[in-house]
Design a protein around this ligand. Structure first.
Ligand code: PPS
Length: 315
């Protein structure tokens, strides 16, 4: 049964934000942490996130929400397990790749920092934090980071559906209202633009493998080989093929260890929208009107001006 405080979250607009530099004040569902809108539950525990102790053999999987985190997490876990499907099926993905900065209600059984601290090395760690908010220890320990980026329009659509199924993120409004907030960076984790560009720049000074969701869709085997090389894993072709099959959209949609069906409906209501929703590139065309697309593209061109980053919105 969902505790009352979670029900209370539902009634507060997620776009009601307040600026704080630390986690001592909260109001509404999103709170600005160093200017980035973050869930109140994260803001409340921000000191713990900042103090998180990374280890040199940690592998960090970083993404803006809905960019393919779960997909690449399963791939990385499989690569680290030398393609052992049984091993990867022993626990839900959020246990094998805990979500560092997330503070779920205890009853929800979604682990975070506390669990990570007790986890044996080598650890796989999920984060959606923009690069400037990563705990310092990640850089100090020179951890390997795998970043996945997905085109802004498909992320918007996926995020819109996710907002409706996650109980902590409510009152999303219409698609049009959500889109305006997304463009303005007034959604959980802030601006997509700042996120993808910030991580892209960081590649110049840190070990970061920067992947694209669209490339993974186009040729998963090729992208899995990139992950293998980055992690210095030499797996044969047969194993690679096994990983491709096990991490296909259909396989992950049917796998209870990856499709989040083990999370209670009170936290993630997949009857509203399944976590493994469509898994395609170009679904934005089914949501954006022509006018929305034009406005979006004009704003996009401005925000991405001067960046070498190029995204494909269809493949
Ligand atoms: S989260 O909640 O931010 O961690 O979500 P994340 O895992 O980053 O993104 C969820 C979207 O990724 C799609 N997905 C996949 N696409 C292709 N292949 C595979 N194997 C796969 N696994 C997950 C998932 O369907 C979500 O995208 P949409 O567009 O909503 O379907």
């Amino acid at each position: 049964m969902r505790p009352k405080r979670w029900l209370e979250h539902k009634t507060i607009s997620c776009f009601n934000m307040q600026t704080i530099e630390n986690s001592s004040q909260q109001q509404g569902d999103l709170v600005l942490i160093h200017n980035v809108p973050m869930l109140k539950a994260i803001a409340n525990n921000w000191a713990q996130v900042e103090a998180f102790q990374a280890r040199p053999d940690d592998i960090i999987i970083a993404t803006y929400p809905k960019a393919g985190t779960t997909w690449v997490s399963e791939i990385v876990d499989m690569v680290c397990n030398n393609g052992d499907v049984e091993k990867s099926c022993q626990a839900p993905i959020y246990y094998r790749v805990p979500y560092m900065e997330f503070f779920a209600p205890e009853e929800s059984d979604i682990p975070g920092i506390k669990y990570l601290n007790s986890m044996a090395s080598p650890r796989l760690i999920k984060t959606h934090l923009p690069v400037q908010l990563l705990p310092k220890s990640v850089w100090e320990n020179n951890c390997k980071v795998i970043y996945v980026a997905r085109n802004a329009k498909d992320v918007a659509v996926s995020f819109f559906h996710f907002y409706q199924s996650v109980q902590m993120l409510q009152d999303v409004g219409s698609w049009e209202e959500f889109l305006q907030k997304y463009i303005a960076g007034e959604v959980s984790y802030g601006s997509w633009y700042d996120h993808v560009k910030g991580w892209w720049e960081k590649r110049q000074e840190h070990r970061i493998l920067y992947l694209f969701y669209e490339d993974m869709k186009e040729d998963p085997a090729r992208e899995i080989r990139k992950v293998m090389r980055f992690l210095e894993k030499d797996l044969g072709e047969e194993v690679q093929e096994k990983i491709v099959r096990h991490t296909s959209f259909q396989a992950m949609k049917e796998n209870p260890m990856t499709n989040y069906e083990t999370i209670s409906h009170e936290v993630l209501d997949q009857t509203v929208s399944p976590f493994m929703r469509k898994g395609i590139t170009g679904d934005w065309k089914n949501h954006f009107t022509v006018a929305q697309s034009e406005v979006f593209d004009a704003d996009y061109a401005q925000k991405m001006e001067g960046s070498e980053l190029h995204f494909r919105t269809e493949i």
